[in-house]
Write a protein that binds this ligand. Structure first.
Ligand SMILES: [Ca+2]
Ligand SMILES: [Ca+2]
Ligand SMILES: [Ca+2]
Ligand SMILES: [Ca+2]
Length: 232
């Protein structure tokens, strides 16, 4: 094989080895379109998030609600609204993996200045398991994200800076695990950490990508290639 062809082959192999493949983790009712008691009509809402999402104060509590507000969603027709301090979560059922890059993306919305405060804090986080989640242990979103034994990473987005009836994708929350991880599932937390008013969420996405690994054998191959080229 000519050196140039060999270089092409090796470069192709290096590229395939280094470019890791992102895999989506399934998020059930990620867009809040499946509604308890039947599909929502325009202007309707439902307090019951089960069976897909669990909430701080139990099933069908009024502090979180799927709602159909015309022209106010980032995917489909429905989103979820959440009162000040409240939180919900979903256990993905997928075990945390070592050396993995997790990327959580959410749509965050501002309804009006009355329902979305100027200092809004729309919170999204990745947790290791669900131990003791619920009002008895964690009174509000700040309590959950303040516990580093439960919360791996969290982010806050100020939807109050948006125009009325606008959803945008908040910046990705990216968290990379190390060589060891808790024996827990990946859990998504959505919450409000504002002084008042609400937060609005839609279109929740989660990817997991292995940390690219350049093996010692790859370095060995590159070294051999270098020598091969010099000899010619
Ligand atoms: Ca939706
Ligand atoms: Ca619906
Ligand atoms: Ca639902
Ligand atoms: Ca609810």
């Amino acid at each position: 094989m000519k050196a140039r062809n060999l270089i092409k082959v090796v470069l192709a192999w290096v590229t395939s080895a280094v470019v890791a493949h992102a895999a989506s983790i399934v998020v059930n009712d990620a867009s809040f379109e499946n509604n308890d008691g039947g599909d929502l009509a325009s202007g309707g809402w439902s307090n019951n998030l089960s069976p897909d999402w669990e909430e701080r104060d139990g099933v069908a509590n009024g502090n979180s609600f799927e709602e159909f507000i015309p022209s106010f969603s980032s995917d489909g027709t429905d989103h979820i609204g959440m009162n000040s301090g409240y939180y919900i979560w979903q256990d993905t059922g997928v075990a945390l993996q070592p050396n993995t890059i997790y990327t959580l993306t959410i749509g965050a919305g501002r309804r009006t200045s009355g329902q979305t405060s100027a200092g809004n804090s729309t919170v999204y986080a990745l947790l290791a398991g669900t131990t003791n989640l619920g009002a008895a242990s964690y009174a509000n979103t700040a309590a959950v994200i303040g516990d580093p034994s439960l919360t791996l990473a969290s982010a806050s987005f100020n939807a109050g800076s948006l125009s009325d009836l606008t959803f945008v994708d908040a910046p990705d929350l990216v968290f990379t695990t190390g060589a060891t991880v808790p024996a827990e599932n990946v859990v998504i937390l959505l919450g409000d950490n504002s002084d008042g008013a609400r937060s609005h969420f839609d279109n929740i996405r989660l990817d997991a990508t292995p940390v690219p690994e350049v093996s010692t054998s790859l370095f060995g191959l590159l070294g051999a290639l270098f020598l091969f080229r010099r000899r010619r």
